[in-house]
Design a protein around this ligand. Structure first.
Ligand code: S3P
Length: 441
């Protein structure tokens, strides 16, 4: 346990460069490992989650080396060319690593054992086991599909059409990645859009990916099997989910004025920006450009008064990782913010609905927790603060409540900041460099 205390410091001012996108970093290493030849990646997130993916891909036979700060070289083995790992793959805290790698291994005819930390071993894997078994893989997992698990990959995988029972980019990606080493076309029907980084990056590496929009708002994503993936040179955009923390802090700490350059603004990731603007936030996006097949912009943000909003449930897949920090902003806005459609938050790195509600209560904020949502009572100014927050091995709970401590009347303590290293290793140094006061002592 590594407790951290965040107290009101000065306003946050200057430029905050956030680390590379976590989702895109995992995918860059994975597709690099499946390409024929050498892929170079710059701006890779060097957090523990992505490092777990790198270690697993090495154990599966790819050559992966760090060549500089954020610069990596991947020597791919080609689609279908991975080899059986000789030990258990430990994916640490990372749901993306375990689910996407399970997809890849499901269509390789060898056996893989996978596990993770206490948080990951609690999370549901039935959601990938079901479609991957239809493709011919076999699994032995703990009760209700939990890790550790053994995966017997299919030597002759079948392409399937799979309708996602929940909005999940991880499940979608697991099926599409399994389909790379299957004949014909593998199809995933997605009732509502979730992040499409896998689709974009597959195209970048030369795979044939189709998207058909249905009349009911659903779309069908297809990938053609057995592509020869061509290696790429790519630069990972800044992570909008990491940028959410300095952005939220700048909104609620009076007098703040920040620029966050080079942040990914994929439409499936910017629900938070839409919501904050509805709350009255002064956020501007400039120099829109493209990087690694993704739109990127420089974001400028200033503090100012915020009002409560009702966030539509349909927006949840486009801001699924941002609810803890949005809840902290809501605690400083005027009125009651209503958040709904959040059942998926119960199965993230922690039960994020429960952990967020408990953290808000510890900070003296009025909150009502529903099965799939929260109502948060904002005072239109600083919340009382002064409490201790249980992070439950969840990096985003830790960072969200350190942000709250920057604006609250009394300091906030998070019981364990160590998981911040999974997604934003320099978070504390970056925030203190901008004017925050987070004590690691
Ligand atoms: C991710 C998808 C989301 C998100 C996670 C990263 C991805 O999970 O919460 O942090 O990289 O595909 P779900 O697919 O379970 O919603």
């Amino acid at each position: 346990m590594h407790p951290l205390t965040s107290s009101a410091g000065g306003p946050l001012k200057g430029t905050c460069t956030v680390p590379g996108d976590k989702s895109i970093s995992h995918r860059a290493l994975m597709l690099g490992a499946l390409a024929v030849g050498e892929t170079s990646v710059s701006g890779l997130l060097e957090g523990e989650d992505v490092m777990a993916t790198a270690a697993a891909l090495r154990a599966l036979g790819a050559r992966i080396e760090r060549t500089g700060d954020g610069d990596w070289r991947v020597e791919g083995v080609g689609v279908g060319g991975l080899a059986e790992p000789d030990s258990v793959l430990d994916l640490g805290n990372s749901g993306t690593a375990v689910r996407l790698l399970a997809g890849i291994c499901a269509s390789h005819g060898f056996t893989t054992f996978m596990t993770g930390d206490r948080s990951l071993r609690r999370r549901p894997m039935g959601r990938i086991i079901e479609p991957l078994e239809r493709m011919g893989a076999q699994f032995v997992a703990r009760s209700v599909g939990r890790l550790p698990l053994a995966l017997l990959g299919a030597a002759q995988p079948l392409p399937i059409e799979y309708r996602l029972p929940m909005p999940s980019a991880q499940v979608k990606s697991a099926v599409l990645l399994a389909g790379l080493n299957a004949p014909g076309e593998t199809r995933v029907v997605e009732p509502a859009p979730s992040r499409d980084h896998t689709e974009r990056m597959l195209r970048l590496f030369g795979a044939r990916v189709g998207v058909e929009e249905g009349a009911d708002g659903a779309s069908t994503i297809s990938v053609a099997g057995y592509p020869e993936l061509e290696p790429c040179a790519l630069t990972v955009p800044g992570d909008p989910s990491a940028a959410a923390f300095p952005l939220a802090a700048a909104l609620i700490v009076p007098g703040s004025d920040l620029v966050i350059p080079g942040v990914g603004i994929n439409p499936a990731r910017i629900g938070l920006l839409e919501t904050l603007r509805e709350m009255g936030a002064a956020i501007e996006m400039g120099s829109v450009r493209e990087q690694a097949g993704e739109p990127v912009a420089d974001i400028a943000v200033r503090s100012g008064p915020l009002r409560a909003v009702e966030v539509p449930a349909e927006r949840a897949p486009r801001m699924i990782d941002e609810y803890p920090v949005l809840s902290v902003v809501a605690a400083c806005a005027e009125g009651t913010t209503r958040l709904g459609g959040l059942a998926e938050l119960r199965v993230k790195e922690s039960d994020r609905l429960g952990a967020t509600a408990a953290g808000l209560r510890a900070a003296g904020v009025g909150v009502t927790e529903r099965d799939d949502g929260l109502d948060i009572v904002g005072r239109g100014g600083p919340p009382p603060g002064g409490g201790m927050v249980a992070t439950h091995l969840d990096h985003r709970i830790a960072m969200a409540f350190l942000v709250l401590g920057m604006a609250s009347e009394k300091p906030m303590i998070v019981d364990d900041g160590s998981m911040i290293g999974t997604s934003y290793p320099d978070f504390v140094a970056d925030m203190n460099g901008l004017g925050a006061s987070i004590d690691t002592g």
